[in-house]
Design a protein around this ligand. Structure first.
Ligand SMILES: [Zn+2]
Ligand SMILES: [Zn+2]
Length: 182
């Protein structure tokens, strides 16, 4: 999903795009995207060739719980404010920003990210995928108290109770008992 910026002026232009799941998901990902993703906000031309994208990315991802393996929903509601510069200009722009003291003075918006655009367009699919990765929990759990799978029979203990005995024997005690027998 490319956003054409070739005719963009300094006045902010509203954007409201619905992005299909195929565009922002990859089979390699640990999540799936069951529905559309919304990108809503504004885009405007900044100094020179730079363009500022200021949007909110809203979606819902499905990812498997790390304990019971059942998929659960991960909401995404992220604010993205990024300055895009033509590909190859990134190093130059960074140097200029430092030289003009914008960073030290705090004149620059601290939340403003920096990225590149190519062929007069911004790849919204890329913007969205980046937010998905940031939204993923470090330890994915369907619920805080997820009881996981029974290590003996494999039932999902959130839904079923099995009769498996799960005695945990301290291996050191087991070794001691073994010694006593001898
Ligand atoms: Zn779970
Ligand atoms: Zn069991």
């Amino acid at each position: 999903m490319l956003l054409d910026i070739s005719r963009l002026r300094r006045d902010a232009v509203e954007i409201n795009r619905q992005i299909d799941p195929e565009v922002c998901a990859d089979l390699k990902d640990e999540y799936t995207v069951p529905g559309v993703t919304t990108v809503k906000g504004t885009v405007r031309r900044d100094k020179g060739t730079a363009v500022v994208l200021d949007v909110t990315v809203t979606s819902t991802l499905d990812m498997p719980c790390s304990r019971c393996l059942e998929p659960f929903a991960v909401p995404v509601d992220a604010h993205v404010k990024t300055r895009f510069v033509p590909v190859g200009d990134l190093a130059k722009v960074t140097a200029e920003t430092v030289r003009s003291g914008e960073i030290e003075d705090g004149v620059e918006d601290r939340d403003l990210g920096l990225a590149e655009y190519q062929d007069e367009s911004i790849d919204l699919g890329h913007v969205v995928r980046e937010q998905f990765v940031l939204a993923l929990p470090m330890k994915p759990l369907c619920q805080d108290e997820c009881r996981g799978l029974c290590p003996v029979c494999g039932v999902n203990r959130n839904r079923e109770t099995c009769g498996c005995k799960q005695e945990w024997i301290d291996p050191r005690l087991a070794a001691l008992a073994e010694l006593k027998k001898q």
